[in-house]
Ligand binder design. Structure first.
Ligand SMILES: NC(=O)c1ccc[n+]([C@@H]2O[C@H](COP(=O)([O-])OP(=O)(O)OC[C@H]3O[C@@H](n4cnc5c(N)ncnc54)[C@H](O)[C@@H]3O)[C@@H](O)[C@H]2O)c1
Length: 394
């Protein structure tokens, strides 16, 4: 077996431990270090994984322990400086969603990774979900006809964040799925919302996206709802899909339902919509933890020198939409339009997942793989001043 890939995870709050558990379980990975500013969190994780080193000094983790790759699971405001330092230190870098706080930051990271021949991946976990892959497969086969609209709801009570609104926190999951299914960037984004609990931080938002051929999507996100809801409805010209991520079985149900308008009629009496009510079926889906598939994909991309399905460019596209949603919120819900240049997406790589029948197919080969990557580039310690990066747990 070839050499194990040495990984360090920074950020051991709510989500980081899931990444730690998964990387630790993968046979071609050596999880070397867990890093957090919070010593209580480190102590807890050390009690679970005593063989893994732990430390509070991110700069030392980058320079001192000979890692191949770094995984960043801190709050979003720390993503950019930490990822920049990691790439400058010559490490393949995985950043949790949303990739950074602005498109400019994302693009700088994409350029840096490209220049240094390093893998840059974003945590768009749902692209690795077998359920989402099945939906993509059904749509790409033409089973539901042309998508007309998608509506998504992601609601629960909390966890309130202090530095980002609910759209930046919850909508990335829905956006990554919707962009994959629509296979293009929207031409317009608008967003309305309100801040009920923390002044200036919207805890309820509704985002609307306009796509080509009259297609649209809405995303409702809330930290202020009594029920936990994770639902998406995809309405096609022939059939409709209801995806309930919380359903224990039958997460996807495909309804053979549609409405047709008669092509022409001569009198009012002849005019009738044709309602079609057919069967419903729930396709079989193999159970797999999406995060495990995602972590393995990161390692595979490092080993083979290929571009991940959720590469930095995909991360930047998603942040572009979030930025536009914030602009729209500031303008009371006015639409924000994207230029042609920003809408020119290549065929979305999630297509490659569906076509491969399950295994994750990377998009294209990078110039350099792990063996060729540049190492030991200088780390600007001021870029990752630990105090400035600290984020309180909401
Ligand atoms: N992919 C998913 O499904 C998913 C789910 C939940 C959260 N997330 C993402 O994971 C990231 C973390 O979210 P969370 O809810 O775990 O946040 P959190 O606040 O619970 O944890 C963040 C941790 O990072 C630590 N930290 C901050 N700055 C640091 C630094 N400079 N060096 C080392 N440690 C530092 C904090 O002490 C804290 O323990 C966010 O980007 C979030 O959007 C992704």
């Amino acid at each position: 077996m070839s050499k194990k890939i040495k990984v360090g995870v920074a950020g051991c709050g709510y989500w980081g431990p899931n990444l730690i558990r998964n990387f630790r379980s993968l046979p071609d990975c050596q999880l070397k270090t867990m890093c957090d500013l919070n010593t209580a969190r480190l102590k807890h994780l050390k009690s679970l994984y005593p063989e893994v080193a732990s430390e509070t000094d991110y700069v030392h983790m980058l320079n001192g322990v000979n890692l191949d790759a770094v995984v960043i699971a801190t709050g979003v405001n720390a993503h950019y400086p930490m990822a920049k330092a990691s790439l400058l230190a010559g490490k393949h870098t995985f950043i949790e969603k949303p990739m950074a706080s602005s498109v400019d930051q994302c693009e700088e990271l994409v350029d840096l990774a490209k220049k240094n021949g390093l893998v840059l991946m974003t945590g768009h976990t749902f692209l690795y979900s077998p359920v989402v892959r099945k939906i993509k497969e059904i749509i790409d086969k033409g089973d539901i006809g042309e998508i007309r609209y998608i509506s998504a709801r992601r609601l629960n009570l909390g966890l309130f964040q202090k530095d980002i609104n609910v759209a930046w926190d919850l909508a990335p999951h829905d956006l990554s799925i919707i962009l994959s299914l629509m296979a293009e960037m929207p031409h317009t984004v608008n967003c309305r919302g309100s801040a009920h609990v923390t002044q200036g931080i919207e805890d309820v938002t509704t985002m609307c996206l306009g796509f080509s051929r009259q297609r649209s999507a809405t995303i409702q996100s809330s930290w202020l709802d009594p029920r936990k809801v994770r639902e998406m409805t995809i309405v096609g010209s022939k059939r409709m899909i209801v995806y309930d991520d919380l359903a224990p079985l039958e997460k996807i149900r495909v309804f053979d339902m549609r409405v047709e308008r008669p092509p022409h009629y001569d009198t009012f009496g002849e005019f009738q919509y044709a309602y079609h009510y057919g069967d419903m079926y729930a396709p079989y889906i193999k159970q797999e933890e999406p995060l495990k598939t995602e972590c393995q994909h990161f390692l595979d991309c490092i080993r083979t020198g290929t571009t991940p399905v959720s590469c930095g460019t995909r991360g930047a596209e998603l942040v572009r939409i979030l930025e536009a949603s914030s602009e729209s919120l500031r303008k009371g819900g006015a639409p924000v339009e994207f230029s042609e240049q920003h809408r020119n997406r290549r065929s979305h790589p999630a297509t490659a997942i569906a076509r491969s029948g399950g295994s994750i197919q990377p998009e294209k080969v990078l110039p350099n793989g792990i063996a060729e990557k540049k190492k030991n580039l200088p780390v600007p310690s001021q870029a990752v001043g630990q105090k400035s990066l600290e984020r309180e747990r909401a």
